[in-house]
Write a protein that binds this ligand. Sequence first.
Ligand code: MG
Length: 259
Amino acid sequence: MKYNLILSAAALCVSTVAYGQTAVITAANDPALNPTNAEVFTPVPNVVTPAKTFGNAPSDAIVLFNGKNLDEWVSTKDQSPAKWKIAGDALTVDKSTGDIRTKRDFGSFQLHIEWKVPADITGEGQSRGNSGIFLSSRYEIQVLDTYNNDNKTYVNGMAGSIYREAIPLVNPAKKAGEWNAYDIAYTAPQFNEDGTLKTAARVTIFFNGVMVQNNEAIEGATATDTKHVYAKHGPAPIVLQSHGDKSAPISFRNIWIRE
Ligand code: MG
């Protein structure tokens, strides 16, 4: 079809030259105007079976935690088996053993992770159900009890924030004792050969199904001051934070990732 069109267009062009007339551009002589040429048939996308229930892992996900074991995780400080506590389908932070990280490295990904602040949470500000999810081991998406904006803290440190950078667009947090979900689409940063930044990391976050970060550029590695800088890196683990405050530890469940 396309070949014939090109031939006829070429023939028309020749006749136009021969008779010195101006051709009218139509779908018959310009392949770009033919709708058929706008239909692409390869490559065919892979079929993925969606989960029956929202939030459960689709068929091509790597399940990082489903309540059974911590086989995908190690302790960040010494790479020994992760020691956080599993009860039912939930994984609870053990503040005595520190952060945990995935055994695997990831570049860009889609991550689903659910978290719950205990109903009897105490403390205030950043000392009330604090944890976090570090993308590429460096860029923290904050976890904190900020339900109903009741717990006053800096807004770029609320749940759903890129910590100390980007304020969530809205606050759809559930109250302590209820499960929250983050669905995070993360594009890893790219670096030049000399280590300088080529393109910043970007992140989109749905918090309980509500967009709170929209393709937001990350400024650099999370730090307590305002100077967040990039240092060249490749694929890296995801880290879950064991925060040192005195409030009761939070829990995670249903963690899966699609590279
Ligand atoms: Mg945190």
